[in-house]
Design a protein around this ligand. Structure first.
Ligand code: MN
Length: 507
């Protein structure tokens, strides 16, 4: 497994670190009775699964050595280098500061906020937080060996602090794992009840869903659309939360969903159109998280349709990248940007990070405030942390920041909506580009205008910012076009029209 991501020299270093950790932890046992080394080994296995860089992997193996054994930070730096020692130090500081919080009695009231701030403060390097998430995951997986009182306390902290942190990093898979484990310990009766409810429903719907899956699979293959299709079951905890709002399980449509993974964004919308033509769509249940990603960066199209047997089925449509990011979140970026990232850290030039990781700077700013003992507004962090931005330039050199994936029209509406309304074309870096071309970091964008140009309804496909959408919609309404057409709905309507014409021409 380790060999997939890491070269031979790195694997050799990993083996050296395992030997070293085994030696210094020798004789120590976990509450389970197992040798202590099993814990860092499990933590490291998670970090490898998440595709973390080699320094994080090494720090995972060594994460408890400085606190619990005779090992020193200096020795670790000597053996494994500065970056690994820096990460181990971060993890150790979290543990020590938490012990301090407990001693001061400040552990109970406000523990949630304090712990969150603490993690952010030491997490100037966010990899420290990721190691803590892997650490917490294994501790939750072995929680049965702790006293009942400790189980509840640790589970509460996990669901209040660690699961939301994982969510903020868009690490969906570990968030769900942490929530399920915590829920089981915190509310065992509710967990069992919800689980039984889920199991009985799944038995009923599983066969029907399998036939829907086959049908869609065959249809997409007929249309020559390369795809993967899989079922996903809602987690027990998220079902429990949802049933507080929607008490009747029959009204919950996404108990089971089918997930379709395709190669690119255009195909996502194409598949959406195919589903709407195959089944009866519930238009009010289309959610376009591709044009409007969730604050943590999550992207997908969600849609619910009624199948021929009258069963509502939710579909989630996304690209491979979106899927990877939804499951592994931030850890996915580390894998892709490993080299750039560690270089930036070494040089201390965090400003040179790729634009999609700019939130690390926000995290650092927040950390600086916390370290100075000043307050910061956590809600701002929550929203802005993942606002993936790119910077583009006007021909005169003015800088505009836009969300990643923005189109030339988004830029135009940002500059001036009257100017955008007269747009007849765009030049990016001196070359003509179509309205559909998404902008990249550093692009120079020139707006070409003509007196006769007017906003067109199909422009709604080529804007993604809320600002541009609102302005365009207002202009279209004024121009006599009916507004309120969302990106997804427009495409479906066009698709539906095509089908009608096809049917007619066949006769
Ligand atoms: Mn640990």
């Amino acid at each position: 497994m380790a060999r997939n991501h890491y070269d031979d020299a790195q694997v050799a270093t990993l083996e050296r670190a395992i030997t070293y950790a085994s030696e210094v932890h020798a004789g120590q046992v976990r509450k389970s009775g197992e040798p202590y080394i099993t814990h860092p080994l499990h933590v490291t296995a998670s970090l490898i699964e998440w595709g973390m860089d080699i320094d994080t992997i090494l720090a995972g193996i060594l994460h408890d050595t400085v606190e619990d054994t005779s090992a020193t930070l200096e020795h670790i730096e000597h053996l494994f280098g500065h970056d690994v020692a820096f990460l181990v130090d971060g993890v150790t500081k979290v543990s020590k500061a938490r012990a301090g919080m407990r001693d001061l009695g400040s552990y109970l009231p406000g523990t949630k906020d304090n712990l969150t701030k603490l993690l952010i403060a030491v997490g100037q390097d966010v990899r420290v937080i990721i190691i803590k998430l892997a650490d917490r995951l294994h501790n939750m997986q072995t929680l049965q060996y702790k006293s009942a009182e400790k189980q509840k306390k640790i589970a509460r902290e996990t669901i209040e602090v660690f699961a939301p942190l994982a969510d903020r990093l868009n690490m969906g898979r570990v968030r769900v794992q942490l929530e399920e484990l915590s829920f089981r310990y915190l509310m065992p009766a509710e967990f069992e009840h919800t689980k039984q409810l889920m199991d009985s429903r799944l038995k009923q719907s599983e066969r029907k869903l399998r036939s829907v899956k086959r049908e869609v699979d065959a249809h997409l293959s007929d249309e020559h659309i390369p795809h993967q299709i899989d079922g996903r079951v809602k987690s027990i905890y998220s079902l429990y939360k949802k049933m507080k709002r929607v008490p009747n399980i029959d009204d919950i449509y996404d108990l089971m969903a089918l997930r379709i993974i395709v190669d690119d964004v255009a195909t996502c919308y194409l598949v959406l159109g195919e589903l709407q033509s195959l089944y009866t769509p519930m238009f009010e249940r289309i959610k376009d998280y591709i044009a409007n990603p969730k604050p943590n960066g999550y992207q997908s199209l969600h849609t619910t349709v009624i199948t021929k047997s009258g069963q509502p089925v939710e579909f989630q449509i996304r690209t491979h990248e979106m899927h990877d990011y939804a499951e592994r979140g931030l850890a996915a970026s580390f894998h892709y940007n490993e080299q750039k990232l560690s270089d930036a850290y070494k040089k201390g030039t965090i400003g040179e990070l790729p634009a999609d990781l700019h939130w690390i700077r926000d995290l650092q700013n927040a950390a600086a405030l916390v370290n100075e003992g000043r307050d910061f507004d956590e809600s701002s962090l929550r929203v802005d942390l993942f606002g993936d931005r790119i910077f583009v330039y006007s021909p005169k050199g003015d800088i505009y920041d836009l969300p990643q994936g923005a189109y030339p029209l988004d830029y135009a509406y940002r500059v001036h909506s009257d100017l955008a309304a007269r747009a007849s074309g765009f030049k990016v870096n001196g070359k003509m580009v179509p309205f559909s071309q998404q902008l990249s970091h550093g692009d120079v964008v020139e707006i070409l205008t003509s007196r006769s140009a007017r906003p067109k309804p199909d422009w709604t496909q080529y804007v993604m910012t809320t600002h541009a959408k609102l302005k365009l919609r207002a202009q279209l309404r004024r121009g006599g076009f009916l507004g309120q057409i969302t990106n997804a709905a427009a495409i479906i309507q066009r698709k539906a029209r095509e089908r009608i014409t096809k049917k007619h021409s066949r006769r």
